[in-house]
Write a protein that binds this ligand. Structure first.
Ligand code: ADP
Ligand code: MG
Length: 716
């Protein structure tokens, strides 16, 4: 028989047949390693032992008892239960067991036993039905803290415990340590196999939680450092040529003049943070190492200008850049912006969308191949189409969280194939308030520029909550804004009676309003038409599944002011920018998560005008009302994210699924963040320093990363 190792399939273990292996696969347990790292989600603590007299009916209790009567089976009853009396010096109870005739041979009068179960009263007699029972001298303390696993049908916690024990006995020693010696000592950590033993078979709850903390530590190191090592193969350090010409050269002078003109043509003065972000980018691009930078700024902070200037900078150096937008509406808007800003600069801008006609596409591709076009803006089409670039130097992903890591990787890997080296600078724009530490774990060694400062002259958005859809205040506010020449958004949670158009993360279960009561885009349009509002202020609908051209046309008319009211789904959540739209009404606001509400609201308050956001919801749900209140109180994305963590627990604001990161077993990306950054910093510092410990550690991390995430890298 081949030796059993951590990477062996679980079916090699004694007791795991094909059907058990299938059940385990449902829990994503495929290898022996998966089995060992499948952690309990909680423990039953049986360590507090009581006395019969102090037990209350309906409560669970652990008792040490003496057997008082001979166990006997009641043969008159159909279920043939076995029962006997047992007690301590404070009282006696009846113990009753179904389907356990063997107990008759195991226990005799006078034996000491340990039981745990629920105490009930039957005809005035205290009893326990089917309690856990064991001879008192056989009960070790480790059995009294009992792990509870998340299971699927067909597997019990007991079976799982047994298999895990076998796995640990056979392969525990293969679990390599990925934590630096110094940290191990400081934190009083134990060898990895011992940590796993303690988390599965703890003697006390404290032991279990200390072991879990150690495992979380290790897991975050694997993710943060391992990902970086894993990606090392694909990122080659040298950029073929420097992007920026030597200062003082003729070329540099020409570039400086053109650059100045572009910046002056923006139509506004950059904020300090925007300027700083651009300088960060410029510095990164001047080094020989490919840039890997995240520009993070709340909605409306002006990330687009930063992106376009970065592209302009690249173009002035004679190189190409790509900006990837999550929707065609947004790509179009960026394109229009870029054209306006770069107008007269001699930089050629092109737009490539999925629906772009084949003949036009062909033409664009020619321009990209011969280098005629240097600023390329588009959607996923840029990823799926086969494109040859003359000299691609920069890739920008806007609203990165919408793309998932997989797509981002694809773009970067694509470049590898083309040029043979990864010399492409990578810039990511996001409004998601990712704490630096989380960003580091998610994106490895990505650097961050934060835009906190809002453009000057912005007024706070006044937000209020309307508890009724018929509220005349809402209507009055809308009309008066429209009359003053402003434009409006009305956001609905569905398109028509049948169709939802919520992005995965924005959907909020059924805690809110009744499905039927949800106002749809179509209903809202009808209402505006029937009430005569549309006649005075032209309205139009917008949703994701609409024909692409109609969508773009509608958006254009809204931007030009021809359409005054845009009734839409959450498609407008991302990026849409119309500074003249200053009122937003969100129908059935309880249907949206805080992050979505915040993103939506970010569409208004983009000019100097006063703006209003009205959250309409007839929901009585406490949680929904709390969200509304938070929205009314705060406009700061970071703060809202924090609050969201507090009210809903981790994970919801960011929607980890969107980041494409694999599920973690021990660590919690949010609460364990301080651990993550500290752990990864310690390891990175050590690896950089080199030496024999570093070498071992690096090897261990690579080996464990492969076991932990290796097979899942495909879905990253
Ligand atoms: P986001 O960060 O959400 O992508 P945008 O880039 O869409 O924000 O910018 C929001 C609005 O602010 C746009 O109308 C843009 O023209 C404007 N803007 C950006 N930077 C400035 C600035 N420094 N001063 C004034 N307005 C600005
Ligand atoms: Mg944007």
């Amino acid at each position: 028989m081949a030796a059993i190792s951590l990477s062996s399939p679980v079916s090699v273990l004694y007791g795991i047949g094909p059907s058990a292996a299938d059940h385990l696969a449902k829990l994503e347990i495929n290898t022996v390693y998966d089995l060992i790292t499948f952690l309990p989600w909680r423990y039953n603590d049986w360590t507090t032992v009581g006395r019969v007299s102090t037990c209350e009916g309906g409560n669970e209790a652990s008792l040490y008892l003496t057997v008082l009567t001979t166990p006997s089976v009641n043969i008159r009853s159909r279920a043939k239960p076995l029962s006997f009396m047992a007690g301590d010096d404070t009282g006696r109870i009846k113990l009753m067991f179904f389907n356990s005739p063997y107990l008759a041979n195991k226990f005799a009068v006078g034996d000491r036993c340990f039981v745990h179960g629920e105490l009930t009263y039957f005809a005035g007699t205290p009893q326990m039905v089917n309690p856990y029972i064991e001879k008192a001298d056989k009960v070790s303390s480790s059995e009294l803290v009992r792990p509870v696993y998340h299971l699927t049908a067909g597997i019990t916690s007991r079976q799982l415990s047994r298999w895990i024990k076998t796995a640990l006995d056979l392969c525990g020693n293969e679990l390599k340590c990925c934590i630096p010696d110094e940290v191990m000592k400081r934190e009083n950590f134990v060898p990895m196999h011992e940590a796993y033993r303690r988390v599965h078979f703890p003697e006390t709850l404290d032991d279990a939680s200390a072991a879990r903390r150690q495992i979380a530590f290790e897991e975050l190191i694997l993710l943060g450092v391992g990902m970086k090592l894993y990606n090392r193969g694909t990122s080659v350090k040298e950029v073929a040529e420097q992007v920026v010409p030597e200062s003082g050269s003729e070329l540099a002078k020409d570039v400086a003049v053109r650059w100045k003109k572009i910046v002056e043509g923006l139509g506004f003065t950059l904020t300090g943070d925007q300027r700083k972000a651009i300088i960060d980018i410029q510095k990164d691009m001047m080094t020989t190492v490919p840039m890997n930078r995240l520009v993070q700024g709340d909605v409306g902070s002006g990330k687009t200008a930063v992106a376009i200037l970065a592209m302009a900078m690249t173009a002035l150096m004679g190189k190409q850049s790509v900006m990837l937008a999550p929707t065609s509406v947004l790509a179009r808007q960026h394109y229009d912006n870029a054209c306006r800003i770069l107008n007269g600069s001699g930089i050629n801008v092109v737009l490539l969308l999925g629906k772009t006609k084949a003949s036009v596409k062909k033409e664009i591709k020619e321009k990209l191949k011969d280098g005629e076009a240097s600023v390329i803006i588009g959607t996923h089409a840029l990823l799926t189409d086969d494109i040859d670039f003359a000299d691609l130097a920069l890739v920008i992903a806007d609203e990165q969280h919408r793309f998932g890591v997989k797509q981002r990787e694809k773009l970067l890997i694509k470049k590898d194939l083309e040029s043979g080296v990864n010399s492409v600078h990578n810039l990511v724009m996001t409004a998601t308030p990712i704490p630096r530490t989380l960003a580091m774990v998610l994106y490895g060694d990505m650097k961050t520029s934060v835009i906190r400062e809002k453009p000057a002259g912005r007024q706070a958005i006044t937000t209020w909550f309307a508890a009724s859809k018929e509220s005349t205040d809402t209507r009055d506010a809308l009309i008066s804004m429209l009359e003053s020449g402003q434009q409006a958004y009305i956001v609905c949670a569905r398109i028509d009676e049948n169709e939802d158009e919520l992005s995965d993360d924005s959907i909020i279960g059924n805690e809110g309003s009744d499905e039927k009561e949800i106002t749809s885009v179509i209903q809202m349009k009808q209402k505006l038409d029937e009430s005569g509002i549309s006649a005075r202020f032209p309205s139009a609908v917008l949703y994701g599944s609409m024909n692409e051209q109609t969508k773009l046309d509608t958006m254009e008319k809204f931007l030009s002011g021809e359409i005054k009211i845009l009734i839409s789904t959450t498609v407008i959540e991302v990026g849409v920018d119309n500074p003249r739209a200053n009122i937003m009404i969100i129908m059935d606001a309880d249907r949206f998560g805080l992050s979505t509400l915040h993103q939506l609201r970010g569409r208004i308050g983009r000019g100097k005008e006063k703006s209003y956001c009205i959250l309409v919801s007839e929901s009585k749900s406490e949680l929904a009302l709390t969200r509304m209140r938070l929205m009314c109180e705060s406009q700061d994305g970071f703060e809202l994210a924090q609050k969201d963590l507090e009210i809903r627990g981790p994970g919801d604001f960011f929607g980890t699924r969107q980041h494409g990161i694999p599920t973690l077993r021990a660590a919690n990306l949010y609460t364990d963040l301080p651990i993550a950054s500290e752990a990864c910093d310690a390891v990175n510092a050590l690896l950089e320093k080199g030496g024999s410990e570093a070498e071992t550690l690096e090897r261990n991390i690579e080996e464990m990363f492969e076991l932990r995430f290796g097979s899942k890298m495909g879905v990253l």
